[in-house]
Design a protein around this ligand. Structure first.
Ligand SMILES: NC(=O)C1=CN([C@@H]2O[C@H](COP(=O)(O)OP(=O)(O)OC[C@H]3O[C@@H](n4cnc5c(N)ncnc54)[C@H](O)[C@@H]3O)[C@@H](O)[C@H]2O)C=CC1
Ligand SMILES: O=c1[nH]c(=O)c2[nH]c(=O)[nH]c2[nH]1
Length: 823
């Protein structure tokens, strides 16, 4: 069992408390065996038997496969679980479910939940009523609504959506608004439905005019006539007759109204927090994991600092949303992890006379709540920075990440596209740093970021807190972020801008300024020349033009800057400043009058109204389901998490895992393949290459023109060269990476342009589809408009959800092969 070594904390030598890491899952008490600190909660929850790397621990897993492993990096939401926590401050012996208790389990080390109550999503509706301490009625309503509204298609993302929505409902005192529902779903991706049916399924629970669902319209009778009975919305069919075109049958899904599901019940019914966890005194923890991993959870700052002194290379973790990715996807190996989630000094949120003190382990969603409160309580001029942070946090990843990720984690990761770091720099935040001997120092955020993921922290130091000063009168702060999409996406360029103005003789003069950008350099970057230029200048239209010229030469992006889109990114830096200038000017008497009317729209924040969508279709009644919108047969299984996917099927006890050996070259000749290092890798069982394929190595859906395993040449990165088989998936992946392939590089053609120049065309180009005569059409003079130009479209990376996996077994001594595969 996990235990704190007594020499590390004398206080515990006499203590009689249990040191076992404990969690309750769906109300069932689970003690985590030691040796599993390398596992994620997802792995623990999903496994029926827990296998270590080449060691069978014999530990019993839970087998709750309703929670899915999707992207594994905190982007898709398929692994969402609900985690209940007890509010120590209010000292109430009952649980209140907060939205911030929703966590990405796949990124969190199991033991983080030792004093928390993880509520997984799995099992039938009936089963849920028994096993959950929560009011199952509303979970059931959500599931029903999701199924009936056609909100699940492949169903892989469905449990994650239901959990996000359920957490919102359980933590809301009043029915949530449509905006809140959309916000809570921003961290969940769906690849099939296009979201409309999902949002429709959940909108039932919003506090809105639910005419759509109840049929009781608030619109005038005339308007009501144009409401399509098929979609419930105004539509082109102009029908109000269920037998007309674009009309669904009587048995179409009638979504339940908020009143029908009795939305008040879930707030009335208290959640039960396991009494054992309530009474239990938190204990420091020391656990081990595979490969000599040591995982600590200190309860005091001193203990955390002692650990840092003892293990200078120890990684502090809070949300683990960065370290988890580094260890799992980037294969970085950290021997010692120190989870500082329970260190009080790192969790402070103190509103002081001169500003806000924020502990480094404070979660982003907790900061957001405090900032929202502060802006209602303090003078408006003092909270310009707070409002900028609130806006930026709204677009920072998804809610699940914001509930887990910490301020310090974001700062110390020093990502070049961090949303918050340019703001900390702009607002003049101070970072308080403490070393393992207890000496502390402060540094300006502006001076903290030294290079690519490099910060001003010695190995003996940790970030203790951030100090956010209140704003002065006529000090304005604004945030900017441009990403490919608004929700749950990383920035292309982001920025924090601050200006302090002083009024002298009816003109506004710049007293101080700070301009910081992300996404333009290896780390967040201050536009220092622009700042120097601005100070002392009069804030008017002339300043704008001159400042843009200085800025252009201040933030330099080379043509081959990593991240590409150089011209676009350069223009973003300027346009952010332009918008900032307008936004500030608009608040200044004597300046706002000079803003041309045509520029006013540039100040408006982007506002996306809540999603609406409708589908017009014709019901063709054939006496069968064909032609009518039936709930599909798997829907019930999918919404309850019972549907079994290839990855959910438990392997037989001695089942083996395979991982592919992939080409790392775009075009090369294979000179040799050496598997010796892989063979000595833990758990290795076999390596199979082209020469081992007993039949034809050629495959293809129609024409067999691809090699199963590359023989002499590879023609793209990721081409399959072979397969390694091992006792666990992790071991198979590790061994596959150790297969040493020697290549001779050959010239690679990487774009269509290069292919045209090289005359390199696909051999089957005679098979092409032609419709009409394009040249004749252009020459006919009948085209309204002819637009000419060139468009280059890059590859589109699909954000993966269901992993590609296959389960294969043989019968009859290998003569009969069975296979289940994700499609
Ligand atoms: N996976 C995802 O989808 C997303 C990940 N992120 C990342 O999540 C991070 C947010 O924080 P967490 O999850 O809490 O990070 P974490 O627990 O993974 O720690 C991140 C880094 O910060 C260091 N660190 C944390 N607290 C520290 C402290 N007090 N003193 C010194 N070093 C400290 C850690 O050692 C580690 O190197 C950000 O770095 C961001 O890059 C942000 C948004 C989305
Ligand atoms: O500062 C960040 N904001 C995000 O929205 C995000 N998303 C992500 O993966 N990393 C980060 N970092």
């Amino acid at each position: 069992m996990g235990s704190l070594k007594n020499d590390e904390n004398p206080q515990l030598q006499t203590s009689k408390v249990s040191y076992e890491p404990l969690l309750y899952v769906n109300g069932v008490r689970r003690v985590l065996p030691d040796g599993l600190a390398h596992l994620t909660l997802l792995e623990y929850l999903r496994a029926k038997l827990i296998m270590g790397h080449s060691t069978f621990f014999g530990a019993k897993g839970i087998g709750l496969t309703g929670t899915k492993l999707g992207c594994g990096e905190g982007g898709c939401g398929a692994c969402t679980v609900m985690v209940s926590s007890y509010d120590e401050k209010s000292r109430k012996c009952f649980l209140k479910m907060f939205f911030q208790t929703l966590c990405y389990q796949c990124l969190l080390s199991t033991s983080i939940f030792c004093r928390r109550n993880a509520c997984d999503y799995s099992g039938r509706i009936g089963k849920l009523q028994e096993s959950l301490y929560i009011c199952a009625l509303n979970m059931k309503s959500l599931q029903e609504s999701m199924a009936q509204a056609h909100g699940s298609q492949c169903g892989f993302c469905t449990p994650g959506f239901v959990m996000s929505m359920y957490a919102l409902l359980r933590s809301s005192q009043t029915p949530p608004s449509e905006e809140q529902i959309e916000e809570c779903l921003a961290g969940n991706l769906c690849r099939c439905t296009g979201y409309r049916p999902i949002v429709d399924a959940f909108r039932v629970f919003a506090k809105t005019n639910d005419m759509l669902y109840t049929g009781i319209s608030s619109v005038s009778p005339e308007e009501a006539k144009s409401i399509c009975p098929s979609t419930g919305k105004p539509c082109s069919c102009n029908s109000n007759n269920v037998n007309d075109k674009c009309v669904v049958g009587d048995n179409r899904y009638k979504a339940t109204s908020y009143d029908e599901v009795d939305g008040t019940k879930y707030t009335e019914k208290e959640l039960i927090f396991p009494p054992e966890l309530l009474l239990r005194t938190a204990t420091p923890l020391s656990l081990t994991g595979f490969g000599g991993l040591m995982w600590y959870r200190p309860l005091t700052l001193q203990h955390a600092l002692d650990l840092k002194a003892k293990y200078p290379d120890a990684k502090l973790i809070v949300g683990n949303s960065e370290v988890g990715i580094e260890m799992r996807l980037k294969r970085l190996q950290y021997r010692v992890l120190v989870s500082v989630t329970h260190v009080p000094e790192l969790n402070v949120l103190n509103v002081k006379d001169d500003g806000l003190e924020i502990g480094a382990a404070v979660r982003l969603s907790d900061l957001l709540s405090v900032l929202r409160k502060v802006v209602t309580e303090r003078d408006v001029h003092e909270t310009s920075s707070c409002r900028a942070l609130i806006e930026q946090l709204k677009w920072f990843a998804g809610t699940q990440i914001r509930n887990a990720a910490s301020i310090g984690g974001n700062i110390c990761t020093a990502s070049p596209i961090s949303d918050l770091n340019p703001l900390w720099m702009a607002v003049g935040a101070n970072f308080r740093i403490i070393d393992s001997k207890g000496n502390s120092r402060t540094t300006l955020a502006e001076n903290f970021f030294l290079g690519y993921r490099k910060v001003d922290l010695a190995s003996s130091e940790i970030l203790l807190s951030v100090f956010l000063p209140w704003n002065k009168r006529f000090e304005y702060v604004k945030e900017f972020k441009q990403s490919h999409r608004r929700d749950d996406d990383i920035a292309i360029v982001n920025a924090g801008l601050r200006i302090h103005l002083q009024e002298t003789s009816e003109i506004w003069v710049v007293a101080d300024a700070s301009i910081a950008y992300g996404g333009v350099a290896p780390c967040s970057l201050s536009a220092k020349k622009t700042k120097d230029f601005l100070i002392g200048k009069v804030w008017d239209q002339n300043l704008l033009q001159d400042a843009l010229k200085v800025l252009q030469n201040d933030i330099i992006l080379k043509e081959d800057a990593p991240g590409g889109m150089v011209e676009f990114r350069k223009s973003l830096t300027l346009s952010f400043f332009f918008k900032f200038f307008l936004w500030v000017s608009h608040q200044l008497d004597g300046v706002k009058e000079s803003i041309p009317a045509s520029h006013l729209s540039a100040m408006q924040p982007v506002h996306r109204p809540t999603i609406t969508g409708s589908q017009d279709y014709e019901i063709m009644k054939h006496g069968t389901s064909v032609g009518s919108p039936e709930v599909h047969l798997s829907a019930k299984l999918q919404v309850t998490g019972e549907a079994e996917y290839a990855d959910d099927i438990q392997l037989p006890l001695n089942g083996l895992h395979a991982a592919l050996v992939l080409s790392r070259k775009p075009h090369a000749r294979i000179l040799s393949i050496d598997g010796s290092e892989a063979m000595s890798s833990p758990g290795f069982v076999g390596l199979f290459l082209a020469k081992d394929v007993p039949a034809d190595n050629k495959i293809g859906p129609v024409v067999y023109d691809e090699e199963l395993f590359a023989t002499d040449y590879v023609t793209c990165v990721g081409q399959v060269i072979g397969v390694v088989v091992a006792d666990t998936h992790e071991n198979a992946k590790t061994a596959a990476r150790k297969v040493n392939v020697k290549y001779e590089d050959l010239p690679a053609i990487l774009s269509i342009k290069e292919a045209i120049n090289a005359g390199s065309f696909h051999p089957n180009t005679e098979k092409c589809l032609i419709k009409g005569d394009v040249d004749q059409c252009f020459q006919s003079g009948q085209c309204d408009r002819i637009i000419e130009g060139e468009v280059h479209i890059g590859g589109q990376e699909h954000f993966y959800l269901e992993p590609h996996s296959s389960l294969v077994w043989t019968l009859d001594g290998g003569n009969e092969v069975h296979m289940i595969s994700s499609t």
